[in-house]
Design a protein. Structure first.
Length: 102
């Protein structure tokens, strides 16, 4: 947004420097009860991944304890976390979805 500042009779336009939004990683955390097929379904449904990508992330969650599903601006990341958590609760799975600053 441009603002006009008057100095000594001159008007100068100054532009505000916009910073890109902070980005957040959305991650799934491993547990011993959620079926692998359900995790793949979540990744496909909420993160628009194909079967191969979803399987790769699911295995990362399973083997390493957590896996990154995507990187988003804060509002979108928070919405994805809430959607995944609600879907898991609805299907009675303890799947945990969290976000952290990238």
């Amino acid at each position: 947004m441009a603002t006009k500042i008057q100095e000594g009779g001159l008007l100068e336009a100054q532009r505000a420097q916009l910073q890109p939004p902070k980005m957040y990683k959305v991650m799934l955390l491993n547990d011993d009860f959620t079926p692998m097929e359900f995790v793949i379904t979540v990744l496909q449904r909420f993160f628009s991944l194909d079967t191969e990508q979803a399987t790769r992330i699911m295995l990362k969650v399973h083997n390493e304890g957590r896996g990154v599903c995507g990187i988003f601006p804060r509002d979108i990341a928070a919405t994805k976390v809430e959607q995944v958590s609600a879907f898991a609760r609805q299907h009675q799975h303890p799947l945990a979805c969290v976000m952290e600053e990238n």
